[in-house]
Design a binder for this molecule. Structure first.
Ligand SMILES: *Cc1c(COP(=O)(O)O)cnc(C)c1O
Length: 389
C-alpha cells in the first residue's frame, strides 16, 4: 500500500501470470506456450518490417492484419478488432460491453432511467476458468457471478440460460481443457440474445487444438448473432506469445465499442513489427495446421502414458493436460517436478488445488516429464518420526 495510490489501485487484486524464469534452465510447461517455432514467414516479415519506417507510427486501424483475419474466417474487416494480446482485447471487451455497477445507488439509477432491468445483473462465467476474467470484472466494476463446473469439470451450458449482464466462456476452458460443443455454445448465445439482449464472449484461445467432433469455433455464426464476440490469440496456436497479438471477431457495432475504449487510452496498441508478424502468421495456416497436429499427437500420447501410471487426466481439447496424482497433493507434486527442473502450473484454489496444468512441450521434453512423474510417483512420501510430511 502507498499513500499515493488512489482508491481504484488499492482495491485491485491483479492477475498473477505463470513464472517466466530468467536464470535457471527449466523444461517450461507452465504457460501453454507452443513448443515449436513460429512460421519462418513470420520471422522474415518481422525482419523486413525492421527498417527506417519504425520512426513512423504504425497503422492504428491494423488494416492489413484485419483484412487477413477477415479473409481467413469469412467475415468483414469491420467485424475484426486487433489488440496487444487477447488479454488486452478482453479488457476492452469487458470495459465496453458489460455494465459497471459500483454501488447500490447506481443500480437504482439504472432501473429508474428506463433501461432494461437486466442492466445491473451480474455477468456469468465458470467458477473454474481463466483467472483474468474476475480481474477485469473488478477493474471495470462489473458485477459477476460464477457458475460451478460439473463434478467432472465440464461447463454446464444450460446454467447460462438465465437473465444476466452477459456471459464469458473460454472454449476450450482453461485450466481444465474441457470443451462445449458448438451447438451448446450457440444455444446459450441465442438465449442471451432473445431473452436478455446481452453479449456472450467466447474465448477460443485453444480452439485450434480441439479434436472432439462437434467442438468447433463459432466464428462462422457471427453474422447470425449480433451479441456474439469471439476472441482468438496468436500466443498459443501460432507460437507467438512473445509478439503479443490477439483479436476479437463480432458484429460491427460490438467491434466499434471495443475501438472506443481502446482509442480512449492508446490508439497504437500494435506496433509495426507485431502487425507484420501477425499478418504473416494468419496467412500461413498450412504451417500451423501441421505443427499443431504434432502438439495434439503429443497430448494424446502423454495422456495415455500418464493414465497408465495411475494419474488422473481430464480429457483435453487444448495444448495442455489437467492432471491429478492419486497420492500426492498438487503442491507436493508441483514442488517435486520443480526440483527436477520441470515447471508446470499449480493453482492453489478451491476444487483444483490437487491438480496440475501441464503444457505440451516437444516430444523429447515430454519424455523427460513422463520419466520424472514415474519416479516421483514410485517414491514413497518422506516421513519423519512423527509421520508428518
Ligand atoms: C492464454 C490465454 C489468453 C491470453 O492470451 P494472450 O493473447 O497471450 O494475451 C486469453 N484467454 C485464455 C483462455 C488463455 O488461456
Amino acid at each position: 500500500m502507498s499513500i499515493y495510490w488512489n482508491r481504484r489501485t488499492r482495491g485491485l487484486s491483479p492477475y498473477v501470470p505463470g513464472e517466466q524464469p530468467q536464470q535457471r534452465k527449466f523444461i517450461k510447461l507452465n504457460t501453454n506456450e507452443n513448443p515449436y517455432p513460429p512460421s519462418p514467414l513470420v520471422i522474415e516479415a518481422i525482419h523486413q518490417a525492421a527498417t527506417d519506417s519504425l520512426r513512423l507510427y504504425p497503422d492504428p486501424a491494423c488494416t492489413e492484419l484485419r483484412q487477413a483475419i477477415a479473409d481467413k474466417y469469412g467475415i468483414k474487416p469491420e467485424q475484426v478488432f486487433a489488440g496487444n494480446g487477447s488479454d488486452e482485447v478482453l479488457a476492452c471487451a469487458f470495459a465496453s460491453l458489460f455494465m459497471p455497477v459500483t454501488d447500490k445507488a447506481d443500480t437504482t439509477v439504472l432501473e429508474t432511467s428506463g433501461r432494461s432491468r437486466y442492466d445491473a445483473c451480474p455477468i456469468l462465467f465458470p467458477d473454474i476458468t481463466y483467472s483474468f476474467y474476475p480481474v477485469y470484472a473488478d477493474l471495470w466494476s462489473v458485477p459477476y457471478r460464477t457458475i460451478p463446473l460439473t463434478e467432472d469439470f465440464a461447463i454446464n451450458g444450460e446454467a447460462y440460460k438465465i437473465p444476466s449482464g452477459g456471459v464469458v466462456i473460454a472454449n476450450p476452458n482453461a485450466p481444465t481443457g474441457q470443451a462445449l460443443s458448438r451447438e451448446d455454445i450457440l444455444s446459450l448465445v441465442q438465449f442471451q440474445e432473445d431473452d436478455n439482449n446481452r453479449v456472450v464472449i467466447v474465448d477460443e484461445a485453444y480452439i485450434d487444438f480441439a479434436t472432439i467432433p462437434g467442438v468447433e469455433s463459432v466464428v462462422s455464426h457471427i453474422p447470425d448473432h449480433p451479441n456474439l464476440l469471439v476472441i482468438h490469440t496468436l500466443s498459443k496456436s501460432a507460437s507467438l506469445a512473445g509478439l503479443r497479438v490477439g483479436f476479437a471477431m463480432g458484429n460491427e457495432e460490438l467491434i466499434m465499442g471495443l475501438c472506443r475504449i481502446r482509442d480512449s487510452f492508446n490508439s497504437y496498441t500494435l506496433d509495426r513489427l507485431a502487425l507484420a508478424g501477425a499478418t504473416a502468421a494468419i496467412l500461413d495456416s498450412p504451417y500451423y495446421e501441421a505443427m499443431n497436429k504434432r502438439v495434439i499427437a503429443t497430448r494424446e500420447r502423454v495422456a495415455a502414458a500418464l493414465i497408465a501410471m495411475g494419474i488422473e487426466v481430464i480429457p483435453s481439447s487444448a495444448n495442455f493436460v489437467f492432471i491429478r496424482s492419486p497420492e500426492k497433493t498438487g503442491a507436493t507434486f508441483f514442488s517435486a517436478l520443480r526440483d527436477r527442473g520441470i515447471l508446470v502450473r499449480h493453482f492453489d484454489k478451491p476444487r483444483i488445488g490437487d491438480y496440475l496444468r501441464v503444457s505440451m512441450g516437444t516430444d523429447a521434453e515430454m519424455d523427460v516429464f513422463q520419466e520424472q512423474c514415474r519416479e516421483i510417483i514410485m517414491k514413497p512420501a518422506p516421513q519423519n518420526a512423527q509421520g508428518i510430511l
